[in-house]
Design a binder for this molecule. Sequence first.
Ligand code: CIR
Length: 260
Amino acid sequence: MMTTLVAVTREISPAMANCELTHLPRVAIDLDRARAQHEDYERALADLGCTVHRLPSGPEMPDSVFIEDIAIVLGELGIITRPGAESRRVECAVVEQALAHYRALARIEPPATLDGGDVLAVGQSIFIGVSSRTNRAAVAQMRTLVTPLGYSVEAVSVHGCLHLKSAVTSAGDGILLMNRAWAPAEAFGNFDVIDVHPDEPHGANAVRVGGELLCSSMFPRTRERLERRGLRVTGVDVSELAKAEGALTCCSLILAPPDG
Ligand code: CIR
């Protein structure tokens, strides 16, 4: 039986320069630096108790490192997405094969499109960002898949950023880290909200691993706010990956031991 967390990650593609970009201008990406940062990120996950399982990539999938968009992994079920960017659908097959070792799997089907970056699961509540990548048909399919497992599904409109988790992530029990300009705080009900520092609009994307938070070192003022609230934070530099519009949650799928 699996007893520790598993973090499934994916190699950086040699074609990362051709990544999808929505809100950012294209700038040169230093592949060696990106790879070194990705290794640091994996090391940080290992230090926080994860066994890292890295999948291979290829030149036909420039955005492969952002594996979060390709699957949602709950305690009982994995869901293979149908990414909103057509160029990313080629990423699904290998992720599906790998996750089949860990979970029973379901799939999002056309006409639905869903990026995992739009899915925030907090306990039994699942918030789904309706964004340029994720549509309402996906919300309906997710609801059909997860309601029988005891989860609730709430659709949340996302504006001004790529994904729901660019705007909000879970920072601790009952606590969300948020940029309210990009997602409506009222959609989440009864959580304490820690606002990103106004100078750090991209600072809301943090990964919760066990009792700690992995945050980008690009956002020190937001980190201060988290630490002031007593949260334990590890910083990682992912500035090169950020040029491809990726953040921290998007570079892994964290699998808890399956329920039961
Ligand atoms: C994309 O546009 O799909 C990639 N360049 C970045 C995806 C980042 N994913 C995420 O934040 N969940």
